[in-house]
Write a protein that binds this ligand. Structure first.
Ligand code: AMP
Length: 322
């Protein structure tokens, strides 16, 4: 356990009167859950501090709580806490914020953000697992609502304890949250997993249109008209991509969506074997070894990234067969 590190984090939080919590753009339940859980815990522990969560609000995660609207000019000497993001370019909303120290809490491989106090480790399934450990081992207060946010983030980022990032520690944190705070897991799963029939039709569209290569790489450029036709959010690809993890015929898979507003192609990539985050990094992307994303502007890069991923599958299979 990281007792010394936790003491340092607590001390730094205690020393500041203004605290801003930030996470990555295009947030997921782990990013929002860890950000709002820690915000609420600091507010409960230190009621006189000004504590704000920044970044764009996402209506589908409203059940986790709301972001704060702040007057950035009023922030003069803040502590910045960044969660679930390794690089400055992907932090949501800190452009106009002046801050002095940074606490970083992240489970992605290290990139350019280095915290004054730095809690970075890829051993954790999720930022929520890290925040749960922090709160359960310091004087930071945790209540049922905070425990619920953390549980949701852990469940979501480990895909219900299915992904390779799941460890005994992941179960331990989930167990402690559920047991100590008597969480109603069924209702939490409903918030997280309830979908419309059209969401399933979108998944069916992907199944019916995906190409699988002889190297067991699956790929699809999603036709944008499907989003209007089914009335599903284009961010659904980020969710659906996680549902292909136990398909025997797939080693890695990648879906591309086109964001017409920002004129950018987005890739969602997942793997059951080949390491993919390095390939994603060639296309302005990154992430975890088996779960990555990328964003690029050139259409030609679609074929390039598909080819690289297919080759990674081929090499992985050759290595496995040796
Ligand atoms: P997604 O497919 O969007 O769910 O992303 C999977 C993982 O890759 C998450 O950990 C993201 O934070 C990360 N990721 C997605 N897009 C990018 C990007 N453009 N650059 C770096 N990391 C990314």
């Amino acid at each position: 356990m990281n007792k010394d590190l936790f003491k340092q984090i607590f001390k730094l939080i205690k020393n500041y009167d203004e605290i801003i919590l930030a996470r990555h753009i295009s947030p997921d339940p782990d990013a929002v859950g860890s950000q709002l859980a820690l915000r609420d815990s600091i507010r409960l522990t230190f009621p006189n501090k000004k504590v704000y969560a920044i970044g764009v609000g996402v209506s589908k995660f409203k059940y986790l709580g709301l972001m704060d609207k702040i007057d950035t000019n009023s922030i003069t000497n803040a502590l910045l806490i960044v969660l679930d993001v390794p690089n400055y370019s992907r932090i949501d909303g800190i452009e106009d914020i002046s801050y002095h120290d940074i606490i970083k809490i992240d489970h992605h491989p290290k990139e350019d953000i280095v915290g004054t106090v730095d809690f970075t480790s890829s051993k954790y399934s999720s930022a929520c697992e890290m925040v749960a450990e922090l709160l359960l081992n310091t004087r930071l207060i945790i209540n049922k609502q905070i425990a619920e946010k953390l549980f949701i983030g852990i469940v979501s980022d480990s895909e219900r304890f299915l992904f390779k990032n799941t460890t005994a520690h992941t179960f331990e944190m989930a167990y402690k949250l559920v047991a100590k705070f008597n969480l109603d897991t069924f209702s939490l799963y409903t918030s997280l997993y309830e979908k419309s029939f059209n969401d399933y039709l979108f998944e069916a569209y992907i199944i019916n249109n995906m190409t699988i290569t002889k190297n067991n790489f699956g790929y699809l450029v999603i036709d944008n008209t499907i989003f209007d036709k089914l009335k599903v959010d284009s961010a659904s690809a980020s969710i659906v991509v996680n549902n292909f993890n136990f398909i025997k015929d797939l080693l890695a898979w990648c879906f591309i969506t086109y964001d017409a507003k920002n004129e950018i192609y987005k890739a969602n990539i997942r793997s059951r074997g080949p390491i993919i985050n390095e390939i994603a990094s060639h296309y302005n992307g990154g992430g975890h070894q088996y779960a990555s994303g990328a964003r690029f502007i050139n259409k030609e890069d679609i074929e390039k990234i598909f080819n690289e991923l297919d080759k990674a599958c081929q090499e992985y299979k050759e290595h496995e067969n040796q």
